[in-house]
Write a protein that binds this ligand. Sequence first.
Ligand code: AMP
Length: 397
Amino acid sequence: MRTLEDFNFEDKKALIRVDFNVPLDAEFNVTDTSRIDAAKPTILKILEDGGSAVLMSHLGRPKGQRNESMSLKHICNVVSDIIGVQVKFVDDCIGEKVDDAYANLESGEILLLENLRFYSEETSGDTEFAKKLSNYGDIYVNDAFGTAHRAHASTTIVADYFADNKCFGYLLAKEIKAIEKVMQTGEKPVSAILGGAKVSSKITIIENILDKVDHLIIGGGMTYTFIKAQGGKIGDSICEDDKMDLALDILKQAKEKGVEVHLPVDVLAADDFDNNAKTQVVPVEAIPEGWQGLDAGPVTLGNFKEVILKSKTILWNGPVGVFEMESFSKGTIAVGNAIDEATRNGAFSLVGGGDSVAAVKQFGFQEKVSYVSTGGGAMLESLEGKTLPGIAAILGQ
Ligand code: AMP
């Protein structure tokens, strides 16, 4: 795996695909700088070597049209503040203006290009467009994990024009190592905690990880499809009736593979999907009509904790309850606390994909787990066992 350490960037210009798709408020202020912070080590290494950096990214979904509200000019000063170097901005990502700015770029300087997605050629993976982008660097660095699952011009196709002069940035390399640690080299016992709303969105992950884990904890809205499929009464809880056969098949496969599956045994049920609804703890297979399970119950949380504490490698994807409502957030917090304790005892814990990151941030767990992935969709696809095109392009696959 070729990383930044394999290159000396002295007098070299690096074309870096970053993920600066940051949230902006109505006045175009950046409301969360984590993605810019995450790219900082890569940019600094290149500048400290004595090279210069050309940064390219997308922002929002302008769908191939110029759209000032999604211009990267809005974030230029924030990037400058975070990196500590005044960033130069050019209001296009290809063409003469960029050619000039690139020709004049000196060591220690940073050039930020305009939103790549102002061109539809970016998302269609157009080779001519990618070739033009490739003119803006001696070495290509991909540090955008969030878009590594897309075969776009700047994330994948452009790499073809750099022969061996391409590598992963620090962030992308960290993501790859974290996934490898869970999926290939993790110390046993390996446990996956899968929550979230639907079985259908997690099915490929479950099928892929059954070969890799010792324990599978299932929580959240997914639970009820499994419970109903086994003949339980789930009241008005969320359920995908057409996935019940699949749920039974997963349980069968798990048994054959020697994976211990841990489903909730009790739940906090509510008489409405509302933070102020009436609640009661009931057995998961005996939820009364008119009630729905919205969080894990106390016995369940005790069971989950026991499994988590004996794990040496932990993957967490998806909340075990409707954590957005305070009344139903306790289960997700308890799981986070158990992972925190296991991590302090030496386990490796990776959190990623979809809403699990939102939950982790909301409850301040990001400092307590070993690694929080920066890519929702890219992480899900990695857990599904797919090789991401942006990663394959650097590996030369
Ligand atoms: P996902 O993006 O698939 O990880 O799903 C996350 C969503 O699942 C969150 O918005 C939770 O509110 C929701 N969720 C978790 N548990 C339940 C439940 N028991 N009933 C309904 N939704 C749930």
